[in-house]
Ligand binder design. Structure first.
Ligand code: SF4
Length: 378
Protein backbone atom coordinates (compact mmCIF):
# COMPACT_ATOMS: atom_id res chain seq x y z
CA UNK A 1 0.00 0.00 0.00
CA UNK A 2 1.35 3.43 -0.92
CA UNK A 3 0.39 6.95 -1.93
CA UNK A 4 1.59 9.49 -4.48
CA UNK A 5 1.70 13.24 -3.85
CA UNK A 6 2.09 15.48 -6.92
CA UNK A 7 2.92 19.15 -6.39
CA UNK A 8 1.64 21.62 -9.01
CA UNK A 9 3.55 24.83 -8.26
CA UNK A 10 1.43 27.47 -9.98
CA UNK A 11 -1.16 29.95 -8.72
CA UNK A 12 -3.04 32.84 -10.33
CA UNK A 13 -2.30 35.15 -7.39
CA UNK A 14 -0.04 35.02 -4.34
CA UNK A 15 -2.14 34.83 -1.18
CA UNK A 16 -0.54 37.16 1.34
CA UNK A 17 -0.06 34.54 4.05
CA UNK A 18 1.20 31.67 1.87
CA UNK A 19 4.67 30.16 2.14
CA UNK A 20 4.12 27.13 -0.11
CA UNK A 21 6.25 26.74 -3.19
CA UNK A 22 4.49 28.22 -6.23
CA UNK A 23 4.95 30.66 -9.12
CA UNK A 24 2.39 33.12 -10.46
CA UNK A 25 4.05 32.98 -13.86
CA UNK A 26 2.44 30.17 -15.79
CA UNK A 27 5.02 30.37 -18.60
CA UNK A 28 6.67 27.02 -17.83
CA UNK A 29 3.54 25.12 -16.81
CA UNK A 30 3.69 22.79 -19.83
CA UNK A 31 7.42 22.08 -19.37
CA UNK A 32 6.91 21.42 -15.70
CA UNK A 33 4.04 19.00 -16.27
CA UNK A 34 6.19 17.09 -18.77
CA UNK A 35 8.96 16.96 -16.15
CA UNK A 36 6.45 15.60 -13.61
CA UNK A 37 5.49 12.84 -16.07
CA UNK A 38 9.19 12.02 -16.51
CA UNK A 39 9.79 11.98 -12.75
CA UNK A 40 6.88 9.56 -12.37
CA UNK A 41 8.57 7.24 -14.88
CA UNK A 42 11.99 7.62 -13.20
CA UNK A 43 10.54 6.68 -9.81
CA UNK A 44 8.25 3.85 -10.88
CA UNK A 45 10.46 1.09 -9.43
CA UNK A 46 10.19 2.62 -5.97
CA UNK A 47 6.60 1.39 -5.77
CA UNK A 48 7.13 -1.86 -7.67
CA UNK A 49 4.71 -4.49 -6.39
CA UNK A 50 2.82 -1.97 -4.27
CA UNK A 51 -0.78 -0.93 -4.75
CA UNK A 52 -1.32 2.82 -4.91
CA UNK A 53 -4.27 3.59 -2.68
CA UNK A 54 -4.19 7.39 -2.81
CA UNK A 55 -3.08 10.07 -5.26
CA UNK A 56 -3.07 13.68 -4.14
CA UNK A 57 -2.67 16.65 -6.49
CA UNK A 58 -1.57 19.50 -4.20
CA UNK A 59 -0.02 22.84 -4.69
CA UNK A 60 -0.08 25.52 -5.69
CA UNK A 61 -3.30 25.21 -7.58
CA UNK A 62 -3.71 21.89 -9.45
CA UNK A 63 -7.09 22.99 -10.82
CA UNK A 64 -5.10 25.34 -13.09
CA UNK A 65 -3.94 22.35 -15.15
CA UNK A 66 -5.43 22.03 -18.63
CA UNK A 67 -7.11 18.81 -19.73
CA UNK A 68 -4.01 17.91 -21.77
CA UNK A 69 -1.75 18.43 -18.74
CA UNK A 70 -3.97 16.49 -16.33
CA UNK A 71 -4.36 13.78 -18.97
CA UNK A 72 -0.58 13.43 -19.37
CA UNK A 73 -0.05 12.96 -15.62
CA UNK A 74 -2.95 10.56 -15.19
CA UNK A 75 -1.99 8.48 -18.25
CA UNK A 76 1.58 8.25 -16.95
CA UNK A 77 0.32 7.14 -13.55
CA UNK A 78 -1.90 4.45 -15.01
CA UNK A 79 0.82 3.17 -17.35
CA UNK A 80 3.53 2.86 -14.69
CA UNK A 81 1.81 2.27 -11.36
CA UNK A 82 -0.64 -0.27 -9.99
CA UNK A 83 -3.52 1.92 -8.91
CA UNK A 84 -6.27 0.41 -6.74
CA UNK A 85 -9.67 0.49 -8.50
CA UNK A 86 -11.15 2.39 -5.51
CA UNK A 87 -8.13 4.67 -5.05
CA UNK A 88 -8.82 8.06 -3.49
CA UNK A 89 -7.69 10.63 -6.09
CA UNK A 90 -7.82 14.16 -4.69
CA UNK A 91 -7.41 17.42 -6.58
CA UNK A 92 -6.88 20.65 -4.70
CA UNK A 93 -9.03 23.25 -6.43
CA UNK A 94 -9.72 26.94 -6.16
CA UNK A 95 -13.38 28.02 -6.34
CA UNK A 96 -12.81 30.17 -9.46
CA UNK A 97 -11.63 27.10 -11.40
CA UNK A 98 -14.76 25.09 -10.57
CA UNK A 99 -17.08 26.71 -13.09
CA UNK A 100 -19.06 24.57 -15.52
CA UNK A 101 -16.18 24.26 -18.00
CA UNK A 102 -13.67 23.51 -15.25
CA UNK A 103 -15.84 20.73 -13.85
CA UNK A 104 -16.40 19.22 -17.31
CA UNK A 105 -12.62 19.19 -17.78
CA UNK A 106 -11.99 17.40 -14.48
CA UNK A 107 -14.88 14.99 -15.01
CA UNK A 108 -12.96 13.35 -17.88
CA UNK A 109 -10.51 11.91 -15.33
CA UNK A 110 -10.83 9.47 -12.43
CA UNK A 111 -10.55 12.28 -9.86
CA UNK A 112 -13.03 11.46 -7.10
CA UNK A 113 -12.30 13.96 -4.35
CA UNK A 114 -11.88 17.74 -4.18
CA UNK A 115 -10.10 19.78 -1.58
CA UNK A 116 -11.44 23.29 -2.21
CA UNK A 117 -9.65 26.37 -0.89
CA UNK A 118 -12.75 28.31 0.21
CA UNK A 119 -11.02 29.99 3.22
CA UNK A 120 -13.95 32.38 3.81
CA UNK A 121 -17.38 33.13 2.36
CA UNK A 122 -16.85 36.89 2.92
CA UNK A 123 -15.61 39.07 0.07
CA UNK A 124 -13.70 41.50 2.30
CA UNK A 125 -11.84 38.58 3.90
CA UNK A 126 -10.89 37.09 0.55
CA UNK A 127 -9.62 40.50 -0.55
CA UNK A 128 -7.64 40.80 2.70
CA UNK A 129 -6.03 37.42 1.97
CA UNK A 130 -5.43 38.36 -1.71
CA UNK A 131 -7.23 35.21 -2.85
CA UNK A 132 -7.94 34.77 -6.56
CA UNK A 133 -11.64 33.98 -6.01
CA UNK A 134 -14.70 35.95 -4.92
CA UNK A 135 -17.30 35.20 -2.25
CA UNK A 136 -19.93 34.39 -4.87
CA UNK A 137 -17.61 31.74 -6.35
CA UNK A 138 -16.90 30.32 -2.88
CA UNK A 139 -20.63 29.86 -2.33
CA UNK A 140 -21.56 28.57 -5.79
CA UNK A 141 -18.69 26.16 -6.51
CA UNK A 142 -19.75 23.61 -3.86
CA UNK A 143 -23.32 22.88 -5.04
CA UNK A 144 -22.10 23.06 -8.65
CA UNK A 145 -19.44 20.42 -7.92
CA UNK A 146 -22.00 18.26 -6.10
CA UNK A 147 -24.41 18.55 -9.04
CA UNK A 148 -21.57 17.44 -11.33
CA UNK A 149 -21.24 14.25 -9.25
CA UNK A 150 -18.40 15.18 -6.89
CA UNK A 151 -19.73 14.22 -3.46
CA UNK A 152 -16.44 13.62 -1.67
CA UNK A 153 -15.46 17.21 -1.01
CA UNK A 154 -13.28 18.80 1.62
CA UNK A 155 -13.24 22.55 2.11
CA UNK A 156 -10.55 24.66 3.76
CA UNK A 157 -11.43 27.52 6.11
CA UNK A 158 -9.04 29.87 7.89
CA UNK A 159 -9.61 31.46 11.31
CA UNK A 160 -7.68 33.73 13.62
CA UNK A 161 -6.98 36.57 11.16
CA UNK A 162 -7.48 40.12 12.44
CA UNK A 163 -10.61 41.05 10.44
CA UNK A 164 -12.44 37.79 11.21
CA UNK A 165 -14.96 38.69 13.91
CA UNK A 166 -16.53 35.88 15.92
CA UNK A 167 -19.84 36.60 14.16
CA UNK A 168 -18.23 36.13 10.73
CA UNK A 169 -16.48 32.95 11.89
CA UNK A 170 -19.78 31.54 13.12
CA UNK A 171 -21.41 32.45 9.80
CA UNK A 172 -18.58 30.81 7.82
CA UNK A 173 -18.96 27.57 9.77
CA UNK A 174 -22.75 27.61 9.52
CA UNK A 175 -22.52 28.06 5.75
CA UNK A 176 -19.92 25.28 5.50
CA UNK A 177 -22.17 22.85 7.38
CA UNK A 178 -25.16 23.78 5.23
CA UNK A 179 -23.28 22.70 2.09
CA UNK A 180 -23.29 19.06 3.38
CA UNK A 181 -19.65 18.52 2.48
CA UNK A 182 -18.33 15.49 4.39
CA UNK A 183 -14.95 17.00 5.30
CA UNK A 184 -13.65 20.34 6.57
CA UNK A 185 -10.03 21.33 7.16
CA UNK A 186 -9.48 24.45 9.20
CA UNK A 187 -6.26 26.22 10.12
CA UNK A 188 -5.37 29.18 12.24
CA UNK A 189 -3.63 31.94 10.32
CA UNK A 190 0.08 32.01 11.06
CA UNK A 191 2.51 34.67 9.91
CA UNK A 192 5.19 32.78 8.02
CA UNK A 193 8.57 34.42 7.35
CA UNK A 194 9.14 35.94 3.91
CA UNK A 195 5.44 36.28 3.10
CA UNK A 196 3.67 39.51 2.14
CA UNK A 197 1.77 39.28 5.42
CA UNK A 198 5.00 39.05 7.44
CA UNK A 199 6.26 42.18 5.68
CA UNK A 200 2.99 44.03 6.36
CA UNK A 201 2.99 43.03 10.04
CA UNK A 202 6.63 44.02 10.41
CA UNK A 203 5.94 47.45 8.86
CA UNK A 204 2.92 47.96 11.10
CA UNK A 205 0.57 47.96 8.10
CA UNK A 206 -1.30 44.93 9.39
CA UNK A 207 -2.16 43.62 12.84
CA UNK A 208 -0.55 40.35 13.91
CA UNK A 209 -3.01 37.52 14.67
CA UNK A 210 -4.29 37.63 18.21
CA UNK A 211 -3.72 34.43 20.24
CA UNK A 212 -6.83 34.67 22.37
CA UNK A 213 -9.06 35.38 19.34
CA UNK A 214 -7.52 32.39 17.60
CA UNK A 215 -7.98 30.14 20.67
CA UNK A 216 -11.64 31.16 21.04
CA UNK A 217 -12.35 30.60 17.35
CA UNK A 218 -10.62 27.19 17.54
CA UNK A 219 -12.79 26.16 20.50
CA UNK A 220 -15.91 27.30 18.66
CA UNK A 221 -14.82 25.36 15.56
CA UNK A 222 -14.39 22.16 17.60
CA UNK A 223 -17.64 22.37 19.52
CA UNK A 224 -19.74 23.62 16.60
CA UNK A 225 -18.56 20.99 14.14
CA UNK A 226 -18.86 18.18 16.70
CA UNK A 227 -22.43 19.28 17.44
CA UNK A 228 -23.06 19.26 13.67
CA UNK A 229 -21.97 15.60 13.46
CA UNK A 230 -18.33 15.98 12.43
CA UNK A 231 -15.57 14.00 14.14
CA UNK A 232 -12.51 16.05 15.06
CA UNK A 233 -10.27 13.21 13.92
CA UNK A 234 -7.22 15.45 13.71
CA UNK A 235 -6.64 18.92 15.17
CA UNK A 236 -7.26 20.62 11.82
CA UNK A 237 -9.46 18.00 10.15
CA UNK A 238 -13.14 17.18 10.63
CA UNK A 239 -15.07 14.38 8.96
CA UNK A 240 -18.74 13.45 8.79
CA UNK A 241 -19.64 9.75 8.48
CA UNK A 242 -16.00 8.74 8.92
CA UNK A 243 -15.10 10.19 5.53
CA UNK A 244 -11.52 10.77 6.62
CA UNK A 245 -8.97 11.95 4.08
CA UNK A 246 -7.30 8.62 3.31
CA UNK A 247 -4.15 10.25 1.90
CA UNK A 248 -3.55 12.34 5.04
CA UNK A 249 -4.51 9.50 7.37
CA UNK A 250 -2.01 7.21 5.66
CA UNK A 251 0.63 9.90 6.08
CA UNK A 252 -0.05 10.00 9.83
CA UNK A 253 0.12 6.19 9.94
CA UNK A 254 3.58 6.20 8.35
CA UNK A 255 2.52 4.56 5.07
CA UNK A 256 5.07 5.26 2.28
CA UNK A 257 4.32 7.80 -0.43
CA UNK A 258 6.13 9.19 -3.43
CA UNK A 259 6.69 12.92 -3.64
CA UNK A 260 6.60 14.22 -7.21
CA UNK A 261 7.17 17.78 -8.46
CA UNK A 262 9.23 20.69 -7.10
CA UNK A 263 9.23 20.99 -3.28
CA UNK A 264 7.30 17.71 -2.89
CA UNK A 265 8.22 15.53 0.07
CA UNK A 266 8.25 11.74 0.03
CA UNK A 267 8.69 8.87 2.49
CA UNK A 268 9.91 5.36 1.69
CA UNK A 269 8.77 3.81 4.96
CA UNK A 270 12.09 4.50 6.69
CA UNK A 271 13.45 7.84 5.47
CA UNK A 272 12.17 11.09 4.02
CA UNK A 273 13.22 13.19 1.05
CA UNK A 274 12.36 16.57 -0.39
CA UNK A 275 12.55 17.66 -4.02
CA UNK A 276 14.21 20.94 -4.88
CA UNK A 277 11.84 23.91 -4.45
CA UNK A 278 12.79 25.65 -7.68
CA UNK A 279 10.85 25.12 -10.91
CA UNK A 280 13.68 25.89 -13.37
CA UNK A 281 16.22 23.72 -11.55
CA UNK A 282 13.69 20.93 -11.17
CA UNK A 283 12.92 20.91 -14.91
CA UNK A 284 16.63 20.99 -15.76
CA UNK A 285 17.55 18.12 -13.42
CA UNK A 286 14.72 15.90 -14.64
CA UNK A 287 15.70 16.64 -18.28
CA UNK A 288 19.07 15.07 -17.39
CA UNK A 289 17.31 12.09 -15.76
CA UNK A 290 18.50 13.25 -12.35
CA UNK A 291 16.24 13.25 -9.30
CA UNK A 292 16.68 16.63 -7.55
CA UNK A 293 15.96 15.32 -4.06
CA UNK A 294 17.64 15.58 -0.67
CA UNK A 295 17.28 12.69 1.76
CA UNK A 296 16.77 12.94 5.47
CA UNK A 297 17.85 9.66 7.10
CA UNK A 298 15.78 9.22 10.23
CA UNK A 299 17.17 7.88 13.48
CA UNK A 300 15.07 5.77 15.82
CA UNK A 301 14.54 8.90 17.94
CA UNK A 302 13.37 10.85 14.83
CA UNK A 303 10.81 8.14 14.06
CA UNK A 304 9.60 8.08 17.63
CA UNK A 305 9.25 11.88 17.69
CA UNK A 306 7.36 11.89 14.39
CA UNK A 307 4.98 9.31 15.82
CA UNK A 308 4.44 11.42 18.95
CA UNK A 309 3.90 14.60 16.91
CA UNK A 310 1.45 13.13 14.41
CA UNK A 311 -0.47 10.69 16.61
CA UNK A 312 -1.04 13.24 19.36
CA UNK A 313 -2.81 15.47 16.84
CA UNK A 314 -5.30 12.70 16.04
CA UNK A 315 -8.33 11.51 17.97
CA UNK A 316 -6.63 8.11 18.37
CA UNK A 317 -3.71 9.62 20.30
CA UNK A 318 -0.43 7.98 21.30
CA UNK A 319 -1.06 4.25 21.52
CA UNK A 320 1.10 3.11 24.43
CA UNK A 321 0.68 -0.57 23.51
CA UNK A 322 2.12 0.28 20.09
CA UNK A 323 4.96 2.25 21.71
CA UNK A 324 5.75 -0.72 23.95
CA UNK A 325 5.85 -3.14 20.99
CA UNK A 326 8.11 -0.84 18.97
CA UNK A 327 10.28 0.83 21.60
CA UNK A 328 9.93 -1.24 24.79
CA UNK A 329 8.27 -0.89 28.19
CA UNK A 330 10.94 1.49 29.45
CA UNK A 331 9.94 4.07 26.83
CA UNK A 332 6.28 3.83 27.91
CA UNK A 333 7.25 4.39 31.55
CA UNK A 334 9.31 7.39 30.44
CA UNK A 335 6.39 8.89 28.43
CA UNK A 336 4.03 8.53 31.38
CA UNK A 337 6.52 10.22 33.67
CA UNK A 338 7.02 13.11 31.22
CA UNK A 339 3.25 13.39 30.67
CA UNK A 340 2.38 13.51 34.39
CA UNK A 341 2.16 17.30 34.58
CA UNK A 342 -0.07 17.66 31.49
CA UNK A 343 -2.23 14.77 32.76
CA UNK A 344 -2.63 16.56 36.08
CA UNK A 345 -3.62 19.78 34.25
CA UNK A 346 -6.06 17.70 32.14
CA UNK A 347 -4.43 18.85 28.92
CA UNK A 348 -3.75 15.16 28.34
CA UNK A 349 -6.08 12.27 29.11
CA UNK A 350 -5.32 8.55 29.28
CA UNK A 351 -8.02 6.46 27.61
CA UNK A 352 -7.70 2.74 26.81
CA UNK A 353 -3.94 2.91 27.14
CA UNK A 354 -3.74 5.84 24.69
CA UNK A 355 -2.66 9.38 25.53
CA UNK A 356 -4.93 11.99 23.95
CA UNK A 357 -5.24 15.76 24.00
CA UNK A 358 -8.25 17.32 25.72
CA UNK A 359 -9.95 20.27 24.00
CA UNK A 360 -7.90 22.64 26.14
CA UNK A 361 -4.76 20.58 25.47
CA UNK A 362 -5.21 20.95 21.70
CA UNK A 363 -4.35 24.62 22.08
CA UNK A 364 -0.88 23.56 23.24
CA UNK A 365 -0.43 20.51 21.00
CA UNK A 366 3.03 21.35 19.66
CA UNK A 367 4.47 22.18 23.08
CA UNK A 368 2.99 19.08 24.70
CA UNK A 369 4.31 16.87 21.87
CA UNK A 370 7.76 18.46 22.22
CA UNK A 371 7.76 17.70 25.94
CA UNK A 372 7.46 14.00 25.04
CA UNK A 373 10.23 14.02 22.45
CA UNK A 374 13.09 11.56 22.71
CA UNK A 375 16.25 13.61 23.00
CA UNK A 376 18.69 11.27 24.71
CA UNK A 377 18.98 7.53 25.00
CA UNK A 378 17.29 6.09 28.06
S1 SF4 B 1 -3.79 29.40 -3.78
FE1 SF4 B 1 -2.90 28.14 -2.14
S2 SF4 B 1 -0.81 27.70 -2.79
FE2 SF4 B 1 -1.55 29.39 -4.07
S3 SF4 B 1 -0.83 31.23 -3.05
FE3 SF4 B 1 -2.92 30.83 -2.30
S4 SF4 B 1 -2.65 29.57 -0.44
FE4 SF4 B 1 -0.71 29.55 -1.57
Amino acid sequence: MAGIYIHIPFCKKACHYCDFHFSTSLQYKGDLVRAIATELKLKKDRLAGQIVETIYFGGGTPSLLSDVELGLIIDTLSQHYQIAPQAEITLEANPDDLDKAGLLKIKQFPINRFSIGIQSFFEEDLLWMNRAHHAAEAASCIPRSQDAGFENISIDLIYGYPILTDAKWQANLAQAVQTHVPHISSYSLTVEPKTALAYQVQKGLQQAPNDSQSANQFKYLQTYLEAAGFEAYEISNYAANQQYAVHNTNYWKGIPYLGIGPSAHGFDGLNRYANIANNAQYIKAIAHSQLPETWDYLTQADRFNEYIMTSLRTQWGINLTQVEITYGAQRVAWILEEAAEELAKENLILVNNSLKLSLQGKLFADGIAASLFWEDDL
